[in-house]
Design a binder for this molecule. Structure first.
Ligand SMILES: Cc1cc2nc3c(=O)[nH]c(=O)nc-3n(C[C@H](O)[C@H](O)[C@H](O)COP(=O)(O)OP(=O)(O)OC[C@H]3O[C@@H](n4cnc5c(N)ncnc54)[C@H](O)[C@@H]3O)c2cc1C
Length: 315
């Protein structure tokens, strides 16, 4: 049986904070809006325990915050479809088609808010200690390590910038890097190397994480000498790269070198009527508030695009 075809004003791909915020704005502007999510609603923040930098809340669980935003999007009139996998996408200036396992959508505009994954620390205990000693966001969780001993894993700009940022909290910072040299910018490296709190462990691999309720130590290996030892610490911040979820769009949409969608503050991509919002687009700061801001901008400009097109104006 042929799949049903549905025409929509706006299709939003991803029900993280960027997609849900776009849904609130779009539905309030009376756009016929569907948010497609191929997993659980909420995105990266869903498992976060105590978010302390989202305005309006001293501290809130990720799942609780998402529940509130989801409820607001539904109340505004957006529809959300969970667990329907996208299998093909064709995005041009003239026409947009998104095919899922169940339906072929023909939206007038598309907002891609599919986010990204952070590369996880490759030890089996990672899941157990995630949020209890193993962290991926220094801006979010750095304050938990006032006066503590921590490690930053990685050697690129993100890792070195994280270590420089965490200097305000930690009493001791190890940088643990698999290679023999850092690849971060020279100015960031200089700042780091002049910091007496910092000790860099080159050619070093993490083999195991241990602790009772939270992380207490890691087993490290010197890759040159094969010598192994335990390192006592309170927390690790992992910065070994991100994987933007852009695979589906790469033949139509321009990506940057790190595979994020090329889009600036207006969230406009190289295709007219297609916007990128949140962590998936090229940007400096990836946080809940900046993702929500992108959702806002993308929805408002999507509405403007539809209105201008319907009035026959050049867009
Ligand atoms: C552990 C952790 C803690 C954090 N803590 C904080 C914090 O305290 N404060 C803060 O400001 N920021 C925090 N962040 C960062 C914040 O979570 C992100 O910046 C934010 O969630 C990005 O939102 P997003 O909507 O752009 O993307 P995401 O949250 O990644 O959401 C994208 C959604 O799109 C869906 N999706 C992907 N591909 C498809 C597809 N093909 N079809 C349908 N759906 C798709 C995904 O399943 C996901 O639900 C944290 C991040 C992590 C990992």
């Amino acid at each position: 049986m042929a799949k049903p075809q549905k025409v929509l004003d706006l299709l939003i791909i991803g029900a993280g904070i960027a997609g849900l915020t776009a849904g609130i704005y779009a539905a309030r502007m009376k756009l016929n809006t569907l948010i497609l999510e191929d997993a659980l609603i909420g995105g990266q923040i869903i498992d976060a325990y105590g978010i302390e930098n989202y305005p309006g809340f001293h501290s809130i669980k990720g799942s609780h915050l998402i529940e509130k935003i989801e409820e607001q999007a539904l109340h505004a009139g957006a529809k959300i479809d969970e667990f329907d996998m996208i299998i093909a996408v064709k995005l041009t200036d003239a026409e947009k088609t998104v095919e899922t396992q169940s339906t072929i959508y023909k939206p007038k505009t598309v907002i891609i808010a599919a986010g990204m994954d952070r590369r996880k620390l490759p030890v089996v205990e990672e899941k157990h200690f995630r949020g209890r000693g193993i962290h991926y966001c220094e801006l979010c969780d750095g304050h938990l390590y006032q006066g503590k001993t921590i490690a930053v894993v990685g050697g690129g700009n993100a890792a070195v910038d994280a270590a420089n940022f965490l200097d305000k909290y930690a009493k001791k910072i190890y940088i643990i890097h698999r290679s023999a040299a850092l690849t971060a910018s020279i100015s960031s490296q200089e700042k780091l190397k002049n910091n007496p709190k910092v000790e860099i462990l080159f050619n070093t691999n993490i083999l195991k994480a241990s602790g009772e309720l939270s992380l207490e130590s890691i087993l490290i290996e010197d890759l040159l000498t094969k010598e192994q030892r335990n390192l006592a610490l309170d927390g690790i911040f992992v910065n070994i790269g991100v994987v933007p979820k852009t695979q589906l769009y790469k033949s139509d949409i321009e990506l940057d070198a790190a595979l994020h969608i090329k889009a600036g503050e207006t969230c406009e991509t190289n295709i007219k009527g297609v916007f990128a919002a949140g962590d998936i687009r090229t940007k400096l700061i990836r946080q809940l508030t900046t993702a929500a801001a992108d959702g806002t901008v993308a929805a408002l400009l999507a509405e403007k695009y539809i209105t201008q097109k319907e009035r026959g104006n050049q867009v």
